[in-house]
Design a binder for this molecule. Structure first.
Ligand code: PLP
Length: 388
């Protein structure tokens, strides 16, 4: 088969959609500060408010004012945890409950609060990566300040039962936050149905620009700014508006909403083809994550007897871009904390690859990957001293 270039790392980031890129470039001419009172400033501001409405529509928020623009998922998550720091220092509730499979920006924010003396519980997940609801129920109580559970996992794609999680969180009287960075634009997201007080989004995961994201904050939920300064975003996030980033986010959100149903069916079909092809091509390979409650684009597979970095580099030589885990964890030799939490042993976790598909993926891409993976794993297994 002829060499191809296949990008299957859409969970790390997505390409900028051409139509979004074109509008952003055109908008670079609009240099006015969106906080300026003159006509040009007001025009820039009006575009920002249109984008806010677009993002709100994508997540089912009826009031666009509840969406705050940030620099991305990491900042949105940290803003929520910093808010809890301020609340917990003053109020009676201090307990933080989260899971073992969160993105490092939640895990490390939670660890920071633990260092500051907050009681923090990391709840287990089951073998498929779904939070153990029985443990969650035991972990929350009248002292719980925040329950933070990611909607879908970036490494294995497992989607949580958000309604059940939310019910438990809210019954305890705690605030409920969800990192929906990997969910928005890939599955139906509805802040009201999920009952979130806070929800994190990031634009570069939905074919928009990097460095722009959002935080949904329910009416009445408190918020402390992480960045203090001017009055932008009602004083919750200071700094001159990122006009073009916000415009790109709004456009990407509109397109994602319009295309979501088609995306779910088409990309889900490609994922099934990839999964079946890999399982047939590579003996003893096994799929990680939930068989049913999983992102349509994410497939995580363990290849016993082969090492993840070696697989990744061999695939790279064939023009295939995949990942061994989250982009933030790659480069570290630690096995994936997500796979470990699902009970995958360290050796198998080291031999696991995340394939994440996206809008530009095709059947030909999938078939190319299937054709290459068998010989690559067979070669690496021959060189390996590990029995499997
Ligand atoms: C689940 C999850 N949360 C947060 C982030 C961080 O988002 P950002 O890159 O916008 O800071 C990522 C990015 O990989 C993610 O996958």
């Amino acid at each position: 088969m002829e060499q191809r270039f296949v990008y299957m790392d859409y969970n790390a980031t997505t390409p900028l959609r051409p139509e979004v890129k074109a509008e952003m470039i055109a908008d670079l001419e609009v240099y006015a500060n969106a906080s300026s009172m003159h006509e040009a400033g007001r025009r820039a501001r009006s575009r920002i408010e249109q984008s806010r409405a677009s993002v709100a529509r994508l997540i089912g928020a009826t009031d666009p004012e509840r969406v705050i623009f940030t620099s991305g998922g990491s900042e949105s998550n940290n803003t929520v945890f910093a808010t809890m720091f301020h609340l917990g220092r003053k109020g009676p509730r201090r307990g933080i409950v989260t899971t073992k499979i969160e993105h490092p920006c939640v895990l490390n924010a939670a660890k920071w609060l633990a260092d500051e003396g907050f009681p923090v519980t990391f709840v287990d997940v089951d073998e498929y990566g779904r939070i153990r609801l029985d443990q969650l129920e035991k972990a929350v109580g009248p002292d719980t300040l925040l329950v933070s559970v990611m909607a879908a996992n970036n490494e294995i794609g497992t989607v949580q039962d958000m309604v059940a999680v939310s019910r438990i969180a809210k019954a305890s009287g705690a605030f409920f936050h969800s990192d929906a960075t990997q969910s928005v634009g890939k599955i139906h997201v509805d802040v009201n149905e999920w009952g979130v007080d806070y929800m994190t989004m990031s634009c570069h995961k939905l074919y928009g620009p990097k460095g722009i994201g959002g935080l949904y904050v329910k009416t009445g939920a408190p918020l402390e700014p992480l960045i203090r300064g001017g009055h932008q975003e009602h004083g919750f996030r200071a700094g001159t508006y990122n006009n073009q980033g916000i415009l790109g986010f709004g456009l990407a959100a509109d397109l994602a909403r319009e295309e979501l149903d088609e995306y779910i069916v088409r990309i889900g079909g490609l994922r099934a083809r990839l999964r079946d092809g890999i399982l047939a091509a590579v003996p003893k390979s096994r799929v990680n994550g939930h068989p049913e409650h999983v992102l349509p684009n994410t497939l995580n597979v363990s290849f016993p007897g082969a090492e993840g970095e070696a697989i990744l580099l061999s695939m790279d030589i064939e023009g295939i871009r995949v990942s061994t885990g989250s982009a933030c964890a790659s480069g570290s030799l630690e096995p994936s904390h997500v796979l470990l939490a699902t009970g995958v042993g360290p050796e198998l976790a080291h031999g696991s690859i995340r394939f994440s598909l996206g809008r530009d993926s095709t059947e030909a891409d999938v078939d190319y990957v299937i054709s290459k993976i068998g010989p690559i794993i067979a070669r690496l297994r021959k060189m390996s001293t590990v029995s499997y």
